[in-house]
Design a protein around this ligand. Structure first.
Ligand SMILES: NC(=O)c1ccc[n+]([C@@H]2O[C@H](COP(=O)([O-])OP(=O)(O)OC[C@H]3O[C@@H](n4cnc5c(N)ncnc54)[C@H](OP(=O)(O)O)[C@@H]3O)[C@@H](O)[C@H]2O)c1
Length: 384
């Protein structure tokens, strides 16, 4: 990555048929974007100057000029085809022009400027600086422009640059949804609560630590030994190194927890629920679920039945032992981003941009994501 650098995407191969890109959107029909035309490895990523320009089809929509786009592990998985069955069903035929989802634009995080507002949009005006987490069934932010519903968008924190702001929405909204909506935590009920975050050094973990510390919880985190100082710097009170051996042993020696946020998955469910305080309403919230795999594999109807059966069986199995088992999900929400902005502007949440790539380096940014071991977020600079 090239920290803070901008690159010239005009170096790419395709000629622009309509001349240079202007700042007014209304006359434009195409835009530069990275697209995929089929699912696959990094070779599937293609730069084009002729991606379809987003159109306002509903009066509550806005068009955002993308300054910076943030990447998430989901982008790599979607490039590979993950979620295609369920996401295709959710896709809006008015916004994805053909019956196929291709050419598909990835990128879930955006920080940019409103260029155009639908007639019903009251809360935003042209030139407002905004950020958003883009739902996975919509065209993404690895493009010069993106169309979103106004209720998915929020004014970006003034204290952050676009580059920093693009590193926040998807991971922070997911942390919020898991902790607040699914976990029942809030700034008013966290004091004295003991929280365990399995996997604290990545995108979701870094925001979860900061939110919980701002709300007064005691936070224990698992991560690699070389991430210990990093998560302590974000506020973690106690750190357990998972590379030193099975974490269930050192964690089992600690006082029990009120809530566990699982960003790791795998075999954690076998042992982690025994670390919760029984019969106290304690919850295990996992973000690593087979939800989309099931619908990809079995189709929507059977996949949803399988999901309901799996989560009900697991919830019941743990309920008889006095603890709650839940699946957490990303939820797109402008109002939640408004709350996160207040925490940012109050100095309670900062962003950790691990790597910045320019628009011509999107394949390199995906390669970086694929290597794993994130320490914060990866951002692509789209325009100045
Ligand atoms: N359900 C949803 O809607 C939803 C939404 C967002 C994210 N997620 C899922 O949540 C997970 C976390 O997302 P993210 O964006 O935070 O990912 P990320 O940025 O890639 O971070 C993952 C972090 O976990 C660390 N890690 C790996 N194995 C670990 C282990 N066994 N114990 C502790 N730490 C470990 C990694 O570093 P090291 O490998 O160096 O230790 C890395 O720092 C992903 O599986 C993602 O798919 C789900």
């Amino acid at each position: 990555g090239t920290s803070g650098a901008f690159c010239d995407w005009t170096a790419a191969e395709e000629p622009a048929p309509n001349g240079p890109v202007s700042t007014t959107t209304r006359s434009m029909t195409v835009m530069p974007a990275w697209v995929i035309d089929k699912y696959g490895s990094n070779e599937a990523l293609r730069f084009t100057k002729n991606a379809g320009f987003p159109v306002i089809n509903y009066p509550n929509e806005v068009i955002v000029r993308v300054h910076s786009a943030g990447l998430n592990p989901l982008d790599v998985r979607m490039r590979d085809g993950y979620g295609s069955a369920s996401l295709s069903m959710k896709r809006d035929p008015l916004n994805i022009k053909s019956s196929s989802e291709f050419p598909l634009i990835l990128g879930r995080d955006v920080s940019g400027v409103i260029m155009e507002c639908g007639l019903d949009v009251k809360y935003f005006r042209e030139w407002d600086e905004v950020w958003a987490a883009i739902p996975p069934w919509k065209q993404g932010s690895l493009a010069e422009f993106v169309v979103l519903s106004a209720n998915e968008v929020s004014h970006k924190p003034k204290s952050m640059s676009h580059r920093e702001a693009a590193a926040v929405p998807y991971a922070a909204s997911t942390a919020w949804s898991a902790l607040v909506n699914t976990g029942g935590l809030s700034k008013d009920n966290c004091a004295k609560k003991r929280i365990l975050i399995l996997g604290g050094s990545g995108g979701v973990g870094t925001f979860a630590i900061q939110m919980l510390k701002a709300w007064g919880a005691h936070v224990t985190v698992t991560c690699s030994q070389n991430a210990e100082l990093f998560v302590r710097g974000l506020g973690a009170d106690h750190v357990v190194d998972y590379t030193a051996g099975p974490v269930e042993e050192p964690l089992g020696a600690l006082e029990k927890f009120d809530l566990i946020l699982d960003n790791v998955g795998g075999d954690t469910e076998r042992w982690a629920l025994t670390l919760l305080k029984p019969w106290c309403g304690a919850k295990f919230v996992t973000l690593v679920t087979p939800f989309l795999q099931n619908t990809d594999r079995l189709g929507i109807a059977d996949g949803m039945m399988q999901n309901a059966a799996t989560v009900a069986t697991k919830a019941l199995k743990h309920l008889v032992k006095g603890v709650h088992y839940r699946w957490g999900f990303f939820v797109p929400s402008g109002p939640v981003l408004d709350e996160i902005r207040e925490m940012v502007d109050a100095g309670q949440i900062r962003t950790v941009v691990e790597d910045t790539f320019c628009f011509s380096q999107v394949p390199e940014a995906f390669e970086k994501m694929e290597k794993g071991h994130a320490r914060g977020k990866t951002v692509v600079q789209i325009s100045k």
